[in-house]
Design a binder for this molecule. Structure first.
Ligand code: LLP
Length: 419
């Protein structure tokens, strides 16, 4: 459920007509609903109320400072994958004691930065990384808390680019190797193993892969405990899917009902890293139609947003519903490609889509764009990145300004020999 609904034929974000946002802020822009964000966070957090838990919002899905501050106020922690994300999380006021650091390639500066800020733990993906963390922790005279990221080899049944828990994936430590990694970790003076972690993929629409993967991990936890491990945290990762088209993903409560009984008696804190399920349907990309064009074999609707603003359709063939901001009664349905101004054939927001026809000047809403939307935007074709807007109680708050041309060249230098 989200708060982008029609009233009298006009798409609204909460109580605000989306066309008003276009007028005040211009297009393209991302628009987020405060009510939806809050409701989604609370639904997720509340679903797990029967077990001690930490929700570590996967900020890779959306890392705008205002959104992170909102999450922090709700009590959320953060799942981070870079020093830059840690910087943002701290700026937004997320408690370091609720920050977990994942990723196969943490560099030494990032490790140091995280240790200096005393984050909750590193989710460790290899022995080389364990050694690096140990060395940096030694330099700082600290002990680093870590969880071993287990690769449970479970098929999440999602897009191959966003499955992470299969044997062939670069992520995690195989269940067979986990005990050896634990032995290594416990021999390192500046490492304390406090948990296990797994994340098998994104946009999962079934509970079963979560349960199967967790069961595998719990078998391992038993054997780690038998070897003296004091496992206090079990991190089940993120990955709960959303409805883009006709998917029927489980409600967080269904996930919680399946997961909570498995961990209730373990005297552990459960950690979750939801991203998409919190922000995905809480945001849209608002765009204007520039032109329409009859190609040789198809009709194109050319809009002012492009693949650099929302890359998911081009990169994953992802489906995002596109709705007219003003409903036209009895509008003719046409089959079109909705494309942007970028010079690539892969620049499209929708392909062979049956939708109400649109004309220049019309506003379109690209739905479900709150997760992996702005964060994956680039300046390709020297296009300034678009603004982000948060709607709350009838007010429009610009939470990231539209970039200017000067932003495009910031940091670039013409060396003396070219002057
Ligand atoms: N935890 C870890 C360790 C992850 O790698 C991810 C996502 C998450 C949590 C959050 O997953 P979520 O709850 O959002 O599904 N750009 C792709 C998605 C990449 C996901 C990467 N990892 C997309 O646009 O679909």
């Amino acid at each position: 459920m989200h708060d982008f609904q029609y009233r009298h034929g006009e798409l609204h974000c909460e109580d605000v007509a989306v066309s008003r946002i276009a007028k005040e802020v211009g297009t393209p822009c991302y628009v987020y609903s405060h009510t939806t964000l809050t409701r989604h966070y609370r639904a997720f957090d509340g679903a797990f109320r029967s077990v001690p838990h930490i929700v570590a919002f996967a900020m890779k899905a959306n890392s705008n400072l205002a959104i992170l501050r909102l999450m922090a106020r709700e009590g959320s922690g953060a799942d981070i994958v870079s020093g830059g994300e840690l910087y943002r999380a701290l700026q937004a006021g997320i408690a370091p004691a609720k920050i977990v650091f994942a990723g196969v390639g943490k560099n030494r500066q990032e490790i140091r930065y995280a240790l200096e800020n005393d984050i909750l733990m590193f989710n460790v993906e290899s022995s080389a990384e364990l050694r690096a963390i140990d060395e940096v922790a030694a330099e700082l005279g600290r002990r680093a808390r870590v969880a071993l990221r287990i690769n449970p080899d479970i098929d999440p049944m999602t897009h191959p680019y966003i499955s992470t828990g299969l044997k062939k994936s670069k992520f995690g430590i195989s269940a067979d190797r986990a005990l050896d990694e634990y032995k290594l970790a416990s021999s390192l003076k500046h490492i304390e193993v406090v948990g296990v972690h797994k994340h098998i993929g994104s946009q999962l629409t079934e509970v079963t892969p979560f349960v199967d993967a967790l069961k595998k991990v719990l078998v391992l936890v038993e054997s780690l405990k038998a070897h003296g491990a004091h496992i206090r945290y079990i991190n089940i990762g993120g990955g709960l899917g959303i409805t883009y088209l006709d998917e029927v993903p489980p409600h967080p409560q269904e996930l919680a009902d399946a997961i909570s009984p498995l961990v209730r008696d373990l005297k552990c804190v459960l950690i979750m890293e939801p991203g998409r399920v919190i922000v995905g349907n809480a945001g849209i990309l608002l765009t204007s139609v520039l032109y329409t064009k009859e190609g040789e074999s198809k009709r194109f609707i050319i809009v002012d947003a492009a693949m650099n603003d929302l890359i998911r359709p081009s990169l994953y063939g992802a489906y995002h519903e596109i709705r007219p901001v003003r409903e036209v009664p009895h509008a003719k349905t046409v089959t079109v490609d909705v494309v942007g101004p970028v010079c690539e054939s892969g620049d499209f927001l929708a392909k062979d889509r049956a939708m109400p026809d649109a004309k220049p000047g019309d506003l379109l809403a690209v739905m479900s764009a709150g997760a992996y939307g702005f964060v994956m935007a680039s300046n390709y074709n020297s296009r300034p990145r678009v603004p982000e807007v948060l709607v709350k109680e009838g007010q429009i708050h610009v939470i990231r300004a539209r970039e200017e041309f000067a932003d495009l060249v910031r940091g670039e230098v013409i060396p003396d020999f070219l002057r």
